[in-house]
Structures are given as structure tokens and as C-alpha cells.
Design a protein around this ligand. Structure first.
Ligand code: SF4
Ligand code: SF4
Length: 143
């Protein structure tokens, strides 16, 4: 692991360590998949697109979402967590460090209530300072 990656992981751990509770994968709806998400998932599953669509997706008009089974995303497993981790939609990867936290402290309070992995103690300004830095670094890595 590079020094930069280590430092980034440490900063990330200051604000978020996933508790693997699975709350974000439960409920009667899931996030929608954009075109890139769909292709990444097809590649990760190594199945023909039509099979993935039939087996795992709920398609409503132009909206593609993952199917819900027993009140959770079809890919969620109680023991393993997300079983399509590398092929999950980008919104799943972004959660719970949503950029909207930076613009309104109420958003942080709301997300904290639904995600026990977020640091619950850190003050808003300190939290945002770390998050801002992480998001800027992430943007540099992507573009
Ligand atoms: S794709 Fe994975 S992370 Fe996203 S909701 Fe389903 S199980 Fe959870
Ligand atoms: S709700 Fe938060 S802590 Fe729980 S699995 Fe999802 S991201 Fe991890």
C-alpha cells in the first residue's frame, strides 16, 4: 500500500468505518443504476446482459433498479454483506459520504441516524474538513 493511500485510509477512518450492519441495503427500494453501473454489474457477474436483467434488475420504463428480495437488495447477504461489491452502483459506493453533507449540517445529522458507521462524535466543521479533502482527492483520481 502506498503512503498516500495509507494516509487517505486513516483520514477516512476518522469519519467513517463501515459497521457492516446492512441497513443501507434494506428497504423496499434501491438506488437506480445508470448505464455505467449496468455495464459494470454485467461485467462483474460475468453473465449475458439479458440474464442479469431478468434475474437481478427491476426495470420500470427507463429506470433500472436492483430487485428486492425479503425486504433487502437481492445482492445483500446477511453473512457476506454486498455480494456484488466491485460491481455495485456508484451511489452505493458513495454512501454514506454524500457531498450534500458539506452544504447542510442537517444532512449530516440525518445520514448519521441511518448509518452507524459514521463518526457520531466529531463536530460538523471538523467532519466536513476531512470529507472535503477526501472528495477532492477522489475527484482527482477519477478525472
Ligand atoms: S448493491 Fe450491494 S451495497 Fe448496493 S444496495 Fe445492493 S447489497 Fe447494498
Ligand atoms: S448503513 Fe452504514 S455502517 Fe451500515 S452497512 Fe451501510 S454504510 Fe455500513
Amino acid at each position: 500500500m502506498t503512503k498516500g493511500k495509507q494516509e487517505r485510509d486513516c483520514r477516512l477512518a476518522d469519519i467513517f468505518v463501515c459497521a457492516r450492519c446492512g441497513y443501507c441495503c434494506q428497504g423496499e427500494t434501491t438506488v437506480s443504476l445508470d448505464q455505467d453501473d449496468q455495464q459494470r454489474m454485467v461485467d462483474r457477474l460475468g453473465m449475458p446482459r439479458e440474464v442479469v436483467r431478468e434475474k437481478y434488475w427491476r426495470v420500470t420504463g427507463s429506470v433500472v433498479q436492483m430487485r428486492i428480495v425479503d425486504g433487502h437488495c437481492i445482492f445483500y447477504d446477511e453473512k457476506e454483506g454486498c455480494t456484488v461489491h466491485d460491481g455495485r452502483p456508484w451511489r452505493c459506493g458513495q454512501w454514506p459520504l454524500h457531498p450534500s453533507i458539506l452544504t447542510d449540517k442537517h444532512n449530516l445529522a440525518t445520514i448519521r441516524q441511518s448509518c452507524p458507521g459514521l463518526n457520531q462524535e466529531l463536530g460538523y466543521d471538523e467532519f466536513c474538513s476531512i470529507l472535503q479533502q477526501l472528495l477532492e482527492e477522489q475527484a482527482k483520481m477519477i478525472f
